[in-house]
Design a protein around this ligand. Structure first.
Ligand SMILES: Cc1ncc(COP(=O)(O)O)c(C=O)c1O
Length: 393
């Protein structure tokens, strides 16, 4: 019998997927996934846009399309990313089937076995899992509330010639909800230029800012085409369309097009037409404002309740946007064990250890506040709080 490829040794089921299965039960209060609030999907408007697409462009929208994507949609993305200081044109944009696919494609382009990927400690589990298929080594760079520590980053860049990618989520990071300072963004580009390394900037949450000003992206400081930027419609529109983009130099986009041809030829034509039509007929900024206002309220409710009820030894982040807060418990608490007890009480979260590629840190957890209604958020936090108090006794 044939054996599985060696790369499969690195690929194991993810905690998130297993937990998401549990959250399918209607009575679970889930802080686990990164799911948007489904009641905010603009279904009536999407219906109108979809009918318009079929009436006006049915034969094209249901046909194969170019690998790089539908030009009118790529032009809209050019416009959409201007708010992050990115100056581009549609040739810099490749539409992907979710940013998840983009992450996989980028690793396929750059990573040979044993190459090194630098990432924030902690980092997005889905990206780490996508990268693992290419058999890299991960080095976790230390972080604080303002992002990666640039001194630590430089030590690694100096001492390791196999570093190929630096993967970062500078805006409302998954899992911590933290945002990088502008100085660190500039410094990151400087270091990438100096050591000739590619930066992968993943920004699914940047538009979901509740307080303060939008920040310029890392890409906006890119002078030598070292930054590959990822954006997605999953969090500002609907993840079910599985439509996202990679923005990079034309050279890099050309290579990625070859890769995409081998994977799925192209992202769904009709999904791209539907989103494009929605953006022509309606103001997506209005829709984003509505998301921001609902998620801000949910963040406030979760964080207020945590402040009120969590024991003093427990610390957590106060995100200015995005979908998550990050909780650090005293080291003696193991959040995988805590999860088992929480699920018995019908509450789910993601244990923090999964977000560290090299393991450890079992005393942390990620909580999502976008998906549950306010009364459930309060109830779930109260249950967690009781469980944590019991653990600390
Ligand atoms: C940081 C980050 N990158 C990428 C993704 C994947 O997004 P998409 O739905 O576009 O595949 C997510 C989804 O939660 C994410 O949090």
């Amino acid at each position: 019998m044939s054996s599985y490829a060696k790369r499969m040794d690195n690929i194991k089921g993810s905690d998130i997927r297993e937990i998401l299965k549990l959250t399918q039960q209607p009575d679970i209060i889930s802080f686990a996934g990164g799911l948007p609030a489904p009641e905010l999907f603009p279904i009536e408007k999407i219906k109108t846009a979809a009918v318009e697409v079929l009436n006006k462009h049915g034969r094209k929208a249901l046909q194969y399309g170019p690998t790089e994507g539908y030009i009118p949609l790529r032009n809209k993305i050019v416009n959409q990313v201007k708010k992050f200081g990115i100056d581009s044109n549609y040739n810099n944009i490749l539409i992907t089937s979710g940013s998840q696919q983009g992450l996989d494609m980028i690793a396929k382009l750059y990573i040979d076995p044993e190459d090194v990927i630098l990432c924030e400690s902690p980092s997005y589990l889905g990206a780490l899992n996508a990268f693992k298929a290419y058999e890299p080594k991960f080095i976790e760079v230390k972080t604080d509330n303002n992002g990666m520590l640039m001194d630590d980053l430089e030590v690694h860049l100096k001492n390791n010639e196999k570093i190929k990618l630096i993967y970062v989520i500078p805006e409302f990071q998954n899992p911590t909800g933290r945002t990088w300072s502008v100085e660190r963004r500039k410094k990151l580009v400087e270091l990438a230029n100096k050591y000739n390394v590619i930066i992968v900037e993943d920004n699914p949450y940047g538009e979901l800012r509740f307080d303060g000003q939008l920040n310029p992206s890392v890409k906006s400081f890119d002078t030598e085409n070292k930054v590959i930027y990822l954006g997605t419609f999953s969090k500002i529109f609907c993840p079910g369309y599985r439509t996202a983009w990679i923005l990079a130099s034309e050279d890099i986009i050309h290579k990625l097009i070859f890769i995409k041809q081998g994977i799925d030829l192209q992202t769904s034509t009709i999904a791209q037409y539907d989103i494009n039509e929605f953006m022509e007929m309606y103001d997506i900024e209005e829709h984003i404002k509505e998301l921001v206002s609902v998620y801000r309220e949910r963040r406030n409710i979760m964080l207020d309740e945590m402040k009120k009820t969590f024991p003093k030894e427990v610390i957590f982040t106060y995100p200015e946007g995005g979908l998550f807060t990050w909780v650090e418990l005293p080291e003696r608490v193991n959040t995988r064990d805590l999860l088992v007890k929480a699920v018995e009480k019908k509450v789910a979260f993601v244990p923090g250890g999964s977000f560290f590629p090299n393991g450890g840190n079992e005393c942390c957890m990620r909580l999502n506040y976008s998906n549950m209604k306010p009364d459930k958020i309060k109830q779930g936090v109260d249950i967690l709080s009781e469980l944590i108090k019991n653990e600390l006794k």
